[in-house]
Ligand binder design. Sequence first.
Ligand SMILES: *Cc1c(COP(=O)(O)O)cnc(C)c1O
Length: 364
Amino acid sequence: MNIQMTDLKEQYENIKSEIDAAIQKVINETSFILGQEVKLFEDDICKYFNSKYAVACASGTDALVLSLLALDIGHGDEVITTPFTFIATAEAISRVRAKPVFCDIEPDTFNIDPIQIEKKISSKTKAIIPVHLYGMPADMGKILSIAKSKNIKVIEDCAQSFGSEFDGKKTGIFGDCGTLSFFPAKTLGCFGDGGMVLAKDEKVAQKLQVLRNHGSAQRYFYSLHGFNSRLDTIQAAILRIKLKFIDQWIQQRINNADIYKNSLSGIVNIVVPVEKNGYKHTFNYYNLRVKSGRDLLEKKLKDNGIASAIYYPLSLHLQEVYKDLGYRLGDFPVSELAQEQVLALPMYPELTKEKILKITEVIK
Ligand SMILES: *Cc1c(COP(=O)(O)O)cnc(C)c1O
């Protein structure tokens, strides 16, 4: 038996006729760039999140870059974020020529530790980017109250938290902007790259629309230095179909996480994902903390045909690309310990109980 981290094929086969028809419709209409499906998908997303505005773009990374620019963040500004995330979060900050200021994480959620944020705030701080890692929401209550008291912006990186909730509300609508990724392996993925920005403010939403389309509000007239960063109409059409199933798929992820938890509880060397009142985790990734022997376990799984992955093996403050920032080993001990201990197991809606029990048997 071979078990992959995710199985995109099975999901496609289940809804093949609907997806194929949606793609064919876009081809028949040849409205490939900013066709009507893009606007309809933005409307669907607004409804799903209860968000005022949604602006589609070419990737989750672009969604972060566009958000920073739409909030007037750039050269000389500082943006506080977590060192324990995918590179795109910090890369976007650097891309707009602002400076990432890292802040250590909480040991149980792996998310930015609100208690440590305040010490990182300087007169140059313009924004905080919390990441809802693996699908577990960051503590938006504390983060928003700090941001409010210091008058700084909040951009939520929701690339891994589609459908997650904090305090009964979806992640992405707490901050000034919330960014989504439709990379194929995310909870809601398309058939290539895609992204979206959720926004509260009309002016910010308008600026996002102009920025993603060459800085142009009116064809061939340019008011801003923009980008070519649009969501393809074909991807929007695919995503509109997949969105209809997303709550069901998320529930299947949650059920699978329960099966893992029940089967793995009682193993002292392993910590399963934390559960907290008021937090809805959607398990884009099912991530363990293995207190010792993580690499041995990884190998054992592999020998049994079971995939696993390390998100992420080196915290961003220790990456070569950020050596000029002057961080050193020991600066963020919680993040540095996490990079030695985390191990993600296969997780997708169609994963069967039988396969999960096979995985946990090998682990035991
Ligand atoms: C995937 C991801 C992104 C980037 O999304 P892309 O669509 O791949 O550009 C940003 N942040 C986090 C935390 C991610 O996991």
